[in-house]
Design a protein around this ligand. Structure first.
Ligand code: CAA
Length: 255
């Protein structure tokens, strides 16, 4: 399992996304590997908290564009593409995201599936899928408005621009900003603190806070997922992704 590296720190499981060649873009292998880790984490009574992180340059730069660029609508729909990412949001034990560098597209969605985000000063967040002729497919259009409000979420989804860490903290996406060289120390300290409490109470608190946000979330995510699949039927998705892979500007035809 080399797309995901795990380390134990006492009762904390540190999980590091590890595809440096692709800025930790999330491919099938990474999703499978992460799911295996999540299943172990849920079952292991000696683990009280998980930390999900990436590298100093990138938490994750989104779904792997090179892997999905030729996907058809039928393929995306039949396989329920991206459903493999759902276990991260369904894990009942706590997960903290420690974000440095880019958290874009699926990377931002991964971070938002965690319970809270601690971010380094160089962190950047965004949902740039629009530039590829698609929309977010792992909850971005649902969790981002809940986190930062409609105005900012809509602007990010429609323009594809990135938000720096201070803007993200002001908007409520990030719980705390820390210096890059302190990110792991601070996150592990928070995780170890959580491990000191009753695991039952921690799980109940997580479930209860989530309840405040999840009215209609499942429906929203499913609606988003189907539109995301449908966009694989467009020429613009093929064009947007080919342009990215070949490092050129996309020319969209609205088709
Ligand atoms: N998928 C596949 N490969 C990716 C990738 C991605 N999402 N993001 C970066 N890479 C690759 C690049 O292709 C490049 O590979 P090569 O060296 O083989 O060319 C390598 O990672 C380094 O990337 P860059 O050279 O582009 O690095 P940079 O520092 O110049 O730019 C960046 C960094 C702004 C993050 C830029 O890489 C970028 O825009 N990446 C794509 C971000 C994006 O569009 N994410 C959304 C994906 S779609 C999605 O996530 C759908 C969903 O909701 C589920």
């Amino acid at each position: 399992m080399n797309t995901v590296i795990t380390e134990r720190h006492d009762k904390v499981l540190l999980v590091r996304l590890n595809r440096p060649e692709a800025l930790n873009a999330i491919n099938e292998q990474l999703a499978d590997d992460l799911n295996e880790v999540l299943a172990t984490y849920e079952k292991d009574e000696t683990l009280g908290c998980m930390v999900l992180t990436g590298s100093e340059k990138a938490f994750a730069a989104g779904a792997d564009i090179k892997e999905m660029q030729f996907k058809t609508y039928a393929e995306a729909y039949f396989e329920d593409f991206i459903c493999k990412w759902d276990p991260l949001a369904r894990t009942r034990k706590p997960i903290i995201a420690a974000v440095a560098g880019f958290a874009l597209g699926g990377g931002c969605e991964f971070a938002m599936m965690c319970d809270f985000i601690l971010a380094a000063e160089n962190a950047k967040f965004g949902q740039p899928e629009i530039k590829l002729g698609i929309i977010p497919g792992a909850g971005g259009t649902q969790r981002l408005p809940r986190a930062v409000g409609k105005a900012k979420a809509m602007a990010l989804a429609l323009t594809g621009r990135m938000m720096d860490v201070n803007e993200a903290e002001r908007a409520g996406l990030v719980s705390r900003v820390v210096p890059l060289d302190k990110l792991m120390e601070e996150t592990l300290a928070a995780a170890l603190m959580i491990c000191e409490y009753s695991q039952l109470a921690v799980m109940a608190a997580k479930e209860s806070v989530n309840r405040a946000f999840e009215g209609g979330l499942a429906d929203g995510v499913m609606f988003e997922r189907r539109l995301f699949h449908a966009l694989f039927a467009t020429q613009d998705q093929k064009e947007g992704m080919d342009a990215f892979v070949n490092k050129r500007k996309a020319s969209f035809k609205n088709a």
